[in-house]
Design a protein around this ligand. Structure first.
Ligand code: TYD
Length: 205
């Protein structure tokens, strides 16, 4: 029986998820919950190795999709499912919505194949709640400019991120009960308040 909670943060690169993930992790720990803070691709030694390849090695889009789902499978079986089964609160930086947005929307990879891989890898497991940090790609790009050496995704142009953004919004329209839209180009305190209100409205605190 799953008694844990599974919450994901999504959005294009530069949307500013990390600050809010940090704040939520801190607040939940202070409230006495067992929190498993993790990320995708990644979260296990094997999946972190796959992440390095995924972010930096040239590959075709099927290889990209298979790698990210392989990492996800290891992450789910080794970390996330056991954590949820013992009642922990799992806070994950990206999950399968990112695969639909980046590989499906950004790269134009076949969505039906992604859906098949999704059900093979995770069965019926889905996040309980997903915060979608939405903002114009031009604003996100300005935030990222000069920050560090870009990986294979951060190096994409704005047209790519427009497609990623669109696919995130499509996913939200398909699963309205699970998603909360966050206008991520607002001041940090406003974003934090919106997250707090959404959690309170769902009885998560
Ligand atoms: P990100 O989560 O932004 O981490 P950091 O803040 O350290 O850069 O980086 C992960 C990148 O991987 C991001 O550009 C989105 C991409 N990605 C996919 O393309 N597909 C996926 O399924 C996932 C989980 C991530």
């Amino acid at each position: 029986m799953n008694t844990g909670r599974f919450i994901t943060f999504e959005g294009i690169d530069g949307a500013g998820k990390t600050t809010h993930l940090d704040a939520l992790e801190r607040a939940w720990r202070e409230a006495g919950h067992e929190v498993v803070r993790t990320r995708e691709p990644g979260g296990t030694p094997l999946a972190e190795q796959l992440r390095g390849l995924f972010l930096h090695e040239p590959m075709d889009s099927l290889t990209e999709a298979l790698l990210v789902f392989a990492a996800r499978r290891d992450h789910l079986t080794q970390v996330m499912e056991p954590a949820l089964a013992r009642g922990a609160w799992v806070l994950c930086d990206r999950f399968t919505d990112a695969t639909f947005a980046y590989q499906g929307g950004g790269r134009g990879f076949d969505l039906k194949v992604l859906s098949t891989l999704e059900s093979w890898v995770q069965g019926t497991r889905q996040p309980d709640l997903t915060f979608l940090f939405d903002l114009p790609p031009a604003v996100a790009a300005a935030r990222l400019a000069g920050a560090r050496q870009p990986d294979r995704f951060e190096a994409q142009d704005q047209v790519f991120f427009e497609r990623v953004r669109e696919m995130y919004l499509t996913r939200m329209a398909q699963h309205p009960e699970r998603f909360v839209l966050i206008q991520a180009d607002q001041p940090q305190e406003t974003v934090a308040r919106a997250i707090g209100l959404a959690l309170a409205a769902r009885g998560v605190a």
